[in-house]
Design a protein around this ligand. Sequence first.
Ligand SMILES: [Zn+2]
Length: 364
Amino acid sequence: MTEVWDHYNPVKIRAGRGAMQRLPQLLSGSSWLLITTPGFTRRGLTAQVQRLASSVDFEVCDQITPNPELDELEALAAVYRHKRFEGILAIGGGSVIDAAKVLALTIPSAADNALTTVLRQGQKPNWLTKLPLVAIPTTSGTGAEVTPFATVWDAVDHQKYSLVGEQVYPDIALLDPELILTLPEQETLYTGLDAVSHALESLWNINRSPVSQAYAIQALELAEQALPQALSDPDNLDARESMQQASVLAGLAISQTRTAIAHSISYPLTSHFNVPHGLACSFTLSRIIEYYLHNCGDEISKCLMLRIAAMLSILDLPHHIETYVNHKEIHSLKDEMFHRDRVGNFKGIINNDTLDRLLFNNYA
Ligand SMILES: [Zn+2]
């Protein structure tokens, strides 16, 4: 644990069953940009939002696809830059919320291609102002509604970028578990695993603080019971609500610590082979738990981590990962899995041999 630590998270959270009904009170002014996916518009969620907040005039941008790409986001910013909005409402999973975080900064920016300048060319961001952002997650896992990061993918060179900073935080997170009831089984599993990964990654993290630790432990306590329940009984609103809480708590934890080795391993798998993020950052968790407890010890979290490892073993993640990528393909990406900052956040030492063991133990 670091000796001197800070804690800061400015996101206002409104949560609970029926919280969606409070949406109109959260949107001041009359002109908002609504960001979502084509699927949510098809399934009627966009119309439901428009009905609920009928005094607001929404411009609908429902073109967000999984893993938002830099060039697509630049094109969207260019479309909306000359329009006046009082804020952005994002409703969807992590990709939608991350896209909205980016657009909240790039739409008010005077410069074209501001995102390219910051991410591809590595220049210091100089965001003039930011549109207020209300984030409504429809999955339970990414915690994007409470973090100061937005992931942006670059198909041109298979890069994954992070836009990071205090201005990236949403202003309000609105959490209603009833929105999660229709989440399909595989998305329930993969996004739920992302929440578990975030909680663990913040615990075996050199930036861990008493506050991030408390959030992460509570997230794991909830997810250990609620993830299997939500998978076997998708209409179980208690389980859905617990997973939503686990996700936001894990998000609050990584908003302070950032992620570590499991996420470092995940990024090339997603950028090269489209492995879903929650699976890519969780198929190694059982082996990392084993390695971490053996090499670093952790009396506070040990029993809980072992219980989580038992829960993960039932989910048979090696079988899931094999449907996306084979042993040889994983091997070919090893060099890219050493994301310096993320590996450096992990309390243990990761070298080539340990990475092999974390990746391939089950293939032996
Ligand atoms: Zn993640």
